[in-house]
Design a protein around this ligand. Structure first.
Ligand code: 1GP
Length: 248
């Protein structure tokens, strides 16, 4: 798999989030196939609903049998690991009130991941209002939609701790996206790439976040709920790919 870092040096990146707990494997595969046709750069597999590694294995294998797009795990807990994935977001929900989500699951998973030889991509996960399921599940002390100072202080701390990426999350299925002005404020100072996700359902809202400087756009619900994934996703992916890398 081409590394995420390499891909980011060529341009902006689109990722399709598939939650194996939301549908059967057949449907997950169908979404992945259509997303690949639409030009998505990576599949993110996971979500807030905890499922075991056997189910993760089945989902990864099923998707891998039909698509060659890289699969990055997006685990809701230390149980959601599959050795068949290409990489894993080694993520910390920095604004959680529960240390389990900051360093507990990570501690439980670290030795296993090293044993597997799995590529880890460290990521600071920041959950904003409204937060949706992940906000509740992760016991997030939600960041206000326009509270760029709080967001920047977390993101900068993450960068200074050596994390690779910061993910600004509004929550899957959110009625609003992350605020573009918060993204642009963060990008003035941050050196690490920014991921924006939650509530992105059109090329127009993706473009607003891209103009603000988002390096990676994640969409999930739009593909899971659509009867024509290709038609829905293609304009969003094209919008993402029309922006040059922020590191040019
Ligand atoms: C959730 O940011 C992702 O972690 C995707 O959100 O399902 O709203 O696209 P949506």
């Amino acid at each position: 798999m081409e590394s995420l870092k390499e891909r980011l040096s060529h341009g902006r990146v689109h990722m399709t989030l598939i939650d194996p707990a939301s549908q059967d494997d057949e449907k997950s595969v169908q979404i992945a196939v259509e997303a690949e046709k639409a030009g998505t750069d990576f599949i993110m597999l996971g979500g807030s609903t905890e499922i075991d590694s056997a189910k993760m294995d089945r989902a990864v294998k099923a998707i891998k049998s039909k698509v060659s797009t890289g699969i990055i795990l997006f685990p809701g807990s230390s149980a959601m690991i599959s050795r068949y994935a290409d990489a894993i977001y080694f993520m910390s929900l920095l604004n959680s009130k529960d240390r389990e989500y900051i360093i507990g699951h990570q501690r439980k998973a670290s030795m296993l991941l090293r044993e597997m030889g799995m590529e880890t991509i460290s990521m600071a996960y920041l959950v904003f209002e409204p937060g949706m399921t992940v906000g509740r599940q992760g016991k997030a002390d939600l960041i206000g939609r326009e509270d760029w100072k709080k967001a920047l202080s977390y993101a900068l701390a993450a960068e200074m701790m050596g994390m690779d990426l910061v993910y600004l999350e509004a929550g899957s299925g959110s009625p609003t996206t992350i605020s573009p002005s918060v993204v642009s404020k963060l990008k003035e100072t941050l050196r690490i790439p920014v991921i924006a996700g939650g509530g992105i359902r059109s090329a127009a809202s993706a473009s607003e976040l891209l103009r603000a400087g988002a390096d990676i756009i994640v969409t999930g619900t739009i593909a899971e709920k659509s009867s024509n994934v290709l038609t829905e996703l293609r304009p969003i992916v094209e919008a993402v790919h029309s922006f040059p890398s922020t590191h040019d």
